[in-house]
Design a protein around this ligand. Structure first.
Ligand code: PMP
Length: 446
């Protein structure tokens, strides 16, 4: 199926990757913020704008039927991708932020009271902090935080100490967008459930780099954005356990989420529409189908092995190359043994599967403690924004700033970091070009 250079074939499906910036070939390393789009997603969006463009669920005409079929087809694709039991579990939102806000507002209105507590992880994105603060303010509840250790891992001992009868929900990052370490969410979920506490997982980064099976994880909610996993911007998902979603009041009121309406009283539509008021971004949501199909294709068979090897090589290369730069601090490096064990287990499993001829899901996808190809760092004597501007002129797109994680920045005593984040379409050569460009930029600034 794939010829000599499968990564080049993958790259060929992304028109945006072929462009030049400032006269240099683009090296796009800001994938943690958003992914580029494959041709199959672009085609679907164009096809819908040119043809199946009509509001979903509303009209008795062909175009609306077509749009609805694509929209509901994408819901089925999402269900399958995360192994949810039914379509009722899959709520379409505009992204992770909207998904977390939905739960923080609706769940907390029903279940959070005065004196109650919510636990969040210390590596949380603002979208997994602020909505809970708003809910706590409304209810007179408070937030407790799982501390982040110096190496970027969670202090699980401290987490155990936070558990108690006043905790009504736990909301944690699957993978922090700053630290790039797969967090032990299964352990958190099991410990929480032993005390009857539901868990929401912010999967904005997790869905991209891990195989997610919501039934195996047994999480109560899983939130993610479509745009980070190849789909069009404006698409997003909230997975929720049905029995919880049934008990939660609607988040927004309006069209499509109702059963009957009188001026006195409204009854609501069954799941999932109860949480989908108004005209959804149906074209973006429909694009989740080709996007997840594409992502799935990268996780199966021979190509999965090639990608895994490349990701491991990029992680190893960046870890040592960055550490060799004088004055460089990397944020989020799991301990050597844990980290190596995570990688080794993944590689050994791949080799085992390869040898038996049964190539399947590489074990590295999702192993707690493993590092994804995402590195945040600072270099003494260089402002991150200066580095980013110089890198941009060399064609390298990186991220800088607070990265929507101000409390985590404060934890590490900084106000900004530089971040590079890779997807399977990025190559080891790009990583090498980035390091060479970074060294050049550092020389210019020192
Ligand atoms: N959580 C994490 C870990 C993220 O990386 C992001 C996006 N940077 C978000 C939440 C928010 O996602 P969105 O802006 O797509 O809602």
């Amino acid at each position: 199926m794939y010829s000599m250079n499968p990564i080049e074939e993958i790259r060929g499906q992304f028109p945006a990757l072929g462009q030049s910036v400032w006269g240099k070939p683009l090296v796009y390393l800001d994938n943690g913020a958003t992914s580029q789009k494959p041709q199959c997603v672009i085609d679907l969006v164009n096809r819908m704008h040119c043809g199946a463009n009509a509001n979903v669920h509303r009209a008795m005409h062909k175009l609306s039927d077509d749009a609805t079929a694509l929209y509901e087809g994408a819901r089925e694709k999402v269900r399958e991708f995360i192994n949810a039991p039914a379509r009722e579990n899959i709520i379409f939102t505009s992204g992770t932020t909207a998904s977390v806000n939905l739960v923080a507002s609706s769940f907390c209105r029903k279940f959070l009271g005065e004196g109650d507590e919510i636990i969040i992880s210390g590596d949380s994105h603002h979208s997994n902090i602020v909505p809970w603060q708003m809910a706590c303010q409304a209810a007179g509840a408070s937030i407790k935080v799982i501390p982040v250790l110096e190496n970027g891992m969670w202090d699980m001992e401290a987490f155990r100490g936070l558990l108690g009868s006043r905790v009504k929900i736990i909301a944690v990052e699957h993978i922090s967008n700053v630290l790039g370490i797969v967090n032990p969410i299964k352990e958190v979920i099991d410990l929480a459930h032993a005390q009857g506490i539901p868990v929401l997982v912010d999967g904005a980064q997790g869905i991209v780099h891990c195989k997610v099976d919501v039934q195996e994880l047994d999480c109560d909610f899983y939130a993610f954005s479509g745009h980070k996993i190849y789909a069009a911007t404006g698409s997003g998902v909230l997975y929720g356990k049905q029995q919880l979603l049934e008990q939660m009041p609607p988040y927004m009121g309006g069209g499509d989420m109702v059963d009957t309406v009188t001026f006195e009283k409204t009854t609501y539509a069954p799941l999932p529409l109860k949480f989908e008021a108004g005209t959804p971004n149906f074209i973006a949501q429909a694009s989740l189908a080709p996007a997840l199909e594409f992502a799935q294709g990268l996780r199966e068979g021979e190509i999965a092995r090639v990608i895994e090897e490349q990701e491991c090589a990029i992680v190893e290369y960046l870890r040592s190359a960055l550490q060799e730069i004088e004055g460089c601090t990397i944020y989020g490096l799991p301990p050597e043994d844990g980290y190596a064990a995570g990688l080794d287990a993944g590689l050994a499993r791949t080799a085992e599967l390869g040898a038996s001829g049964e190539l399947g899901e590489p074990a590295r996808f999702g192993e707690p403690g493993s590092k994804i190809p995402l590195f945040s760092f600072n270099i003494q004597g260089c402002f991150p924004s200066d580095l980013a501007q110089l890198l941009d002129k060399m064609g390298v797109a990186v991220r800088t700033g607070l990265m929507c994680c101000e409390p985590l920045m404060t934890r590490f005593g900084v106000t900004s970091m530089v971040r590079v984040s890779f997807l399977p379409y990025n190559t080891l050569d790009e990583a090498k070009y980035f390091i060479a460009s970074l060294k050049r930029a550092v020389r210019m600034l020192r």
